[in-house]
Design a protein around this ligand. Sequence first.
Ligand SMILES: CC(C)(COP(=O)(O)OP(=O)(O)OC[C@H]1O[C@@H](n2cnc3c(N)ncnc32)[C@H](O)[C@@H]1OP(=O)(O)O)[C@@H](O)C(=O)NCCC(=O)NCCS
Length: 170
Amino acid sequence: MTDTATTASILARPATPADAGAIAAIYNQGIDDRIATFETRHRSAADIEAWFDGSHPVVVVERNGEIVGFASTSTYRPRDCYAGIAEFSVYVAANARGNGIGRVAMEALFDAAHGAGFWKLVSRIFPENTGSLRLMATLGFREVGTYVRHGKLDGQWRDVVIVEKLLDEG
Ligand SMILES: CC(C)(COP(=O)(O)OP(=O)(O)OC[C@H]1O[C@@H](n2cnc3c(N)ncnc32)[C@H](O)[C@@H]1OP(=O)(O)O)[C@@H](O)C(=O)NCCC(=O)NCCS
């Protein structure tokens, strides 16, 4: 095999509403995994289009021209004092995990969120989601603590680990 055949082209770029269908397909895989989110309802492309509110960046990662992952920001709290804090999510297509796509998506999101004026990203991760916790640790997130019995997934109480990263710290 030649280098050309073995080297994948990986590119992160800002997402647009035209990417909503691809993002929904990847997010719905994550919903089905039952390890990433309390959400259980599949999202449509129209649901995802609502994420593009003009202030919260969304990025996608393409591998050889195909969208295989995304990272997104959303409102943390409506209070003005928290205007610089965003919630984030990151999802990689099941058949593309473990190839650095999640890292590339998050690094692109850091730049996009910082450029959009955010100073901090936060999220909550199931303690069982060791892959995500590991990724966040390698990206410089701090584990703030654990919310116990924070919500039910399929009828079972679940804890969540709070993570935060200040974007000005690099
Ligand atoms: C979590 C997720 C986004 C990681 O994306 P990914 O592309 O598979 O991760 P990467 O290949 O970029 O890995 C980045 C780092 O995280 C670590 N990591 C990622 N997945 C891991 C796993 N399952 N087990 C152990 N470490 C893991 C790797 O060690 C890697 O570190 P390194 O760069 O120092 O080698 C992906 O597995 C996914 O989409 N999971 C389902 C959805 C989800 O859980 N999203 C997060 C919700 S908060």
